[in-house]
Design a protein. Structure first.
Lengths: 111, 113
């Protein structure tokens, strides 16, 4: 079982729609959760971090965490073509203190 | 501009060459990392340094040799690499080891012929 699992996509959404990106993790003791955005040919960039159950909003981005279900998601409202990128979920804490990344979900926002 | 600078951005080397990747961070961070990114695979942590002391070597082959002379600089020395080592090598830094908020450099794209 993968430690951090994401659907590789591509996830295609029309401009203006809500994009929903999902991530599950296997270590129940995980404490910190992150979303990184990686444009093609570029390096990952941190866009959201979440540490407690519930929702955390930052502009058009909302991170949602459910530790009981071992599930973290990223919602992007009013999706723009500039949001087209690969989104990496990363998890930290629990039995492994290091940061563990998923393989990423590629998002395509179409005009 | 993330405050983490990597050079060179692209590198082509033969299997018998020796080369080095360089990373410098201007963020005042205490932890620095080397990651390997290959297609269809998650980011692989290679080495971790905290206050210039190595804290983790993630079973990396000895043909990769890290060096951290101070908290701002990190090197990855490469020798007798294999074609399967071709990948994007990313340097990152963080305030300390207790955070997953990493700042990445632009990466060094390595091709081994």
């Amino acid at each position: 079982q993968k430690e951090v699992e994401q659907n590789s996509g591509p996830l295609s959404v029309p401009e203006g729609a809500i994009a929903s990106l999902n991530c599950t993790y296997s270590d129940r003791g995980s404490q910190s959760f992150f979303w990184y955005r990686q444009y093609s040919g570029k390096s990952p960039e941190l866009i959201m971090s979440i540490y407690s159950n519930g929702d955390k909003e930052d502009g058009r981005f909302t991170a949602q965490l459910n530790k009981a279900s071992q599930y973290v998601s990223l919602l992007i409202r009013d999706s723009q073509p500039s949001d087209s990128a690969t989104y990496l979920c990363a998890v930290m804490g629990g039995t492994a203190s290091k940061l563990t990344f998923g393989t990423g979900t590629r998002l395509q926002v179409t005009l | 501009e993330t405050g983490v600078t990597q050079t060179p951005r692209h590198l082509v080397m033969g299997m018998t060459n020796k080369k080095s990747l360089k990373c410098e961070q201007h963020l005042g961070h205490n932890a620095m990392y080397w990651y390997k990114q290959s297609a269809k695979k998650p980011l692989e942590l290679m080495f971790v340094y905290n206050f210039k002391e190595q804290t983790e070597n993630n079973s990396v082959p000895s043909r990769f040799s890290p060096e951290c002379p101070n908290s701002s600089h990190l090197f990855l020395h490469l020798h007798t690499l294999q074609p399967e080592d071709s990948a994007l090598y990313l340097c990152a830094s963080s305030l300390d080891l207790n955070t997953g908020e990493l700042f990445f450099g632009e990466g060094s794209r390595l091709t081994v012929l």
